[in-house]
Write a protein that binds this ligand. Structure first.
Ligand SMILES: [Zn+2]
Length: 253
């Protein structure tokens, strides 16, 4: 099983391993993406099927970003890792050491783990329409990073988002009204000269991008726990946009 995208991963992680040959890495089969990456850092654990604490702790926030980019590249090329979900399930049954905390939309076409070729135990994932935060999600993020040791908070928006369109249109429906109100600031803050309607996908995507940025800012503002973790270098808070048409995940900033 040859993953051409692992080449870029090696550039980043290369300084951390010298004993493991590239050929040795590429002969690994039936392991999760993150496990394959960790096998470079911790050769003795190359056959683990889910992240161990030592493997996860060896990662930097930038390593996790690299892992996600490489996983999305594999997904786009149709060269996903040969996940052995049962092996991952068994290996993780006694404990979990996820590398990241993801906040993403409920959209059925944007499943974060799948489009980044991640396996069971690799990440936490909170999903809510329009990937907005509230106290419960902030608490979940604090658990994920401060207590469970995740190295990255990723806010993932996506193109053609129905929640964003609803916010632009001021849609009213039951409890959805209050949820969409959380996205309205992004609509107002988006600088765009053309047609500012939900029919204009360019505008919709610009608002989605702004919504990711504002959500990241809100996480930092409303969670001193996460903000301090980021300042001390323990985690990074980053944003990304997933394109439903191209399957490409673009990291912002
Ligand atoms: Zn959406």
């Amino acid at each position: 099983m040859c993953h051409p995208d692992l080449q870029s991963t090696e550039v980043v992680l290369g300084s951390q391993h010298s004993a493991v040959s590239r050929r040795g890495l590429l002969t690994l089969a039936g392991v999760a993406t993150a496990t394959a990456l960790f096998s470079e850092v911790v050769p003795g654990l190359a056959h683990a099927a889910a992240l161990t604490q030592a493997q996860r702790d060896a990662l930097t926030p930038n390593d996790v970003i690299t892992m996600m980019k490489a996983g999305n590249e594999r997904f786009r090329l149709g060269k996903e890792s040969p996940h052995d979900y049962l092996a991952q399930q068994k290996a993780g049954a006694k404990g979990q050491y996820p590398a990241a905390m993801i906040l993403s939309c409920i959209d059925s076409r944007a499943p974060a783990e799948t489009i980044m070729d991640l396996g069971i135990g690799d990440c936490f994932n909170a999903r809510v329409a329009g990937n907005v935060v509230n106290d419960d999600i902030l608490g979940s993020m604090e658990f994920a990073c401060k207590l469970a040791g995740a190295k990255l908070v990723l806010v993932m928006g996506h193109t053609a988002c129905g929640a964003i369109k609803g916010a632009i249109d001021n849609a009213q429906l039951g409890n959805l009204t209050a949820l969409l109100a959380k996205i309205r600031p992004a609509v107002e803050a988006t600088r765009y000269q053309g047609e500012r309607t939900a029919k204009n996908y360019e505008f919709v995507d610009a608002v989605a991008r702004k919504n990711v940025e504002l959500t990241m800012a809100e996480i930092r503002r409303r969670s001193p726990v996460l903000s301090e973790l980021e300042t001390s270098g323990g985690i990074k808070i980053v944003g990304a946009m997933y394109d439903l048409e191209t399957a490409r995940l673009e990291f912002l900033g």
